[in-house]
Design a protein around this ligand. Structure first.
Ligand code: FES
Ligand SMILES: [Fe+2]
Length: 385
C-alpha cells in the first residue's frame, strides 16, 4: 500500500475509534438462500465466473524463469501456464492437439524446454508450438503450424497472473482490479515467493469461503479465544473497487499510532487487509507476508469446494528460524479455518438445504460481505471483462 494511503487509512481507523462509528452499510441486505442451493444458478456461476472471466492464478514469482510452468485444473478447464524463452508468459489448454490427451501431468516444474505428450509423444516448446511429431514420415502430412497448443488469454502485472480459462478476448488486469492495481503494485509481490501451498476440500458452496473472510462480526463468538484477542473488531475499513473490495482490520494495539509521528507511523505491520479479488480469491496482507485463499466450485456438486491456500513470503527463507516463523504463520492460518471457520461453514451450508429459511441476511456491520453479494448479483446479469 502506498505510504499516503497507509497514513490515510490509519487516520480513518483512529477516527473510527474516537467516534465509535465505523464503515457501515445503510441497511441490512438479504439474499435468497437459493444462491447457495439452486442448481441452475450454480451452473450459470460456473459458466460466467469460472470459464469466461479472467481469474487470478498466482504470483509471477511462481514461475520466474524460462521453461518454468504450473497447471491449474480447479476451474474445470485444464490450464497450463508457462514462462517462454524470452521471459514472456504463456497459457494454454493443457490438451494435446493430436487426440486430446492431457499434456502435463505434474502440477509444476522448472526449466523445461520441451513438453511431450505421454500418449504418442507429440512435443511442444514453451511457446506452445508443435516441434516434434514422432514417425512423421509414417503419420502423414499435417500442418504442424496449425497444431500448436490452444492459447488462453493471460496477463501479468503488479506481480499477479490472470488467465481466462477459455479462449477469448485479451486479459486486462487493470480492468479486473478496478483501481486496486497501484496499491497491489506497491507491495512488490513480483518478488514474493510461494512459501507453501495446501489444497483442501470441504462440503459447502464456493462463495462461503469469501463469506468467511468478509466480516469480523463473528470474531467475539466463533474465534473468542483464538483470533479475537488479537484483533479489535470494533474498527474496520471497507472500500469498494468495482468488482473487488478492500476490507482492512487492525490488531488491538493499533492505537500506538497516536504516539508515533505520522511520517514514522508503522501502519502496515498492524493491519490485516483482505483484498477480495473477484470472484473467488481472498488475498490477505498479514502484516509481514501475504496469503491467498482460492475457492473453486466442484464441477458436479453445488456444495463441494476445493480451496487452495498459499502463504507468500517476501523472499526465500534465509535460515531455519525464518522457516519456523513462516511455518508457524501457515499452521495458525490453517488451524483457525480447519477447527473453527470451515466446520461452521459446512453446518450453515447444510442448514441452507433444510428449508428453515428462504433468505439470509447480512447486517449493516457486514458491509464488505454485502458488497460482495451485491457485486455477484450484478455480475450474474452478465460481465464484460
Ligand atoms: S494424444 Fe498426444 S501425442 Fe497422441
Ligand atoms: Fe473466521
Amino acid at each position: 500500500m502506498q505510504r499516503a494511503e497507509q497514513i490515510a487509512l490509519s487516520e480513518r481507523m483512529l477516527n473510527f475509534k474516537d467516534t465509535g462509528v465505523t464503515s457501515m452499510a445503510d441497511t441490512p441486505f438479504t439474499n435468497p438462500v437459493s444462491i447457495y442451493t439452486d442448481r441452475d444458478y450454480f451452473e450459470r456461476e460456473r459458466e460466467l465466473f469460472f470459464k469466461k472471466l479472467p481469474l487470478f492464478m498466482g504470483l509471477s514469482s511462481r514461475i520466474p524463469n524460462p521453461g518454468d510452468y504450473f497447471t491449474n485444473d480447479f476451474t474445470g478447464q485444464p490450464i497450463l501456464i508457462m514462462r517462454g524463452e524470452n521471459g514472456e508468459l504463456n497459457a494454454f489448454l493443457n490438451v494435446c492437439r493430436h487426440r486430446g490427451a492431457r499434456l502435463m501431468e505434474e502440477p509444476c516444474g522448472q526449466g523445461k524446454r520441451r513438453f511431450s505428450c505421454p500418449y504418442h509423444g507429440w512435443t511442444y516448446d514453451a511457446a506452445g508450438r508443435l516441434v516434434n511429431l514422432p514417425q512423421e514420415d509414417k503419420f502423414g502430412t499435417v500442418d504442424k503450424q496449425k497444431l500448436g497448443l490452444t492459447p488462453l488469454p493471460v496477463a501479468e502485472k503488479y506481480g499477479l497472473i490472470y488467465v481466462r480459462p477459455t479462449p477469448g478476448a485479451p486479459v486486462d488486469i487493470d480492468k479486473m482490479l478496478g483501481g486496486l492495481g497501484p496499491e497491489i503494485g506497491s507491495y512488490g509481490f513480483e518478488k514474493y515467493v510461494n512459501y507453501r501451498t495446501v489444497t483442501m476440500t470441504y462440503d459447502f458452496n464456493w462463495k462461503i469461503v469469501q463469506d468467511t473472510f468478509l466480516e469480523i462480526y463473528h470474531l467475539p463468538v466463533l474465534h473468542r479465544t483464538t483470533v479475537n484477542p488479537l484483533i479489535d473488531s470494533s474498527v474496520y475499513v471497507f472500500d469498494p473497487y468495482d468488482l473487488n473490495l478492500r476490507f482492512a482490520i487492525t490488531r488491538r494495539n493499533f492505537e500506538n499510532w497516536r504516539s508515533q509521528p505520522r511520517e514514522e507511523r508503522d501502519v502496515l505491520s498492524q493491519l490485516a487487509i483482505v483484498y477480495m479479488l473477484f470472484p473467488n480469491i481472498t488475498f490477505i496482507w498479514q502484516g509481514d507476508h501475504a496469503e491467498a485463499w482460492c475457492a473453486y466450485p466442484d464441477k458436479d456438486n453445488i456444495d463441494k469446494t476445493v480451496i487452495e491456500f498459499t502463504l507468500f513470503a517476501p523472499e526465500p527463507p534465509a535460515n531455519d528460524s525464518v522457516r519456523r516463523h513462516w511455518d508457524k504463520n501457515f499452521d495458525i492460518a490453517i488451524a483457525t479455518v480447519e477447527k473453527e471457520d470451515f466446520p461452521m461453514s459446512e453446518k450453515l451450508n447444510a442448514g441452507f438445504f433444510t428449508g428453515a429459511q428462504k433468505e439470509v441476511v447480512y447486517g449493516r456491520n457486514e458491509p464488505a460481505l454485502q458488497y460482495y453479494h451485491q457485486t455477484l448479483r450484478r455480475a450474474m446479469k452478465g460481465l464484460d471483462y
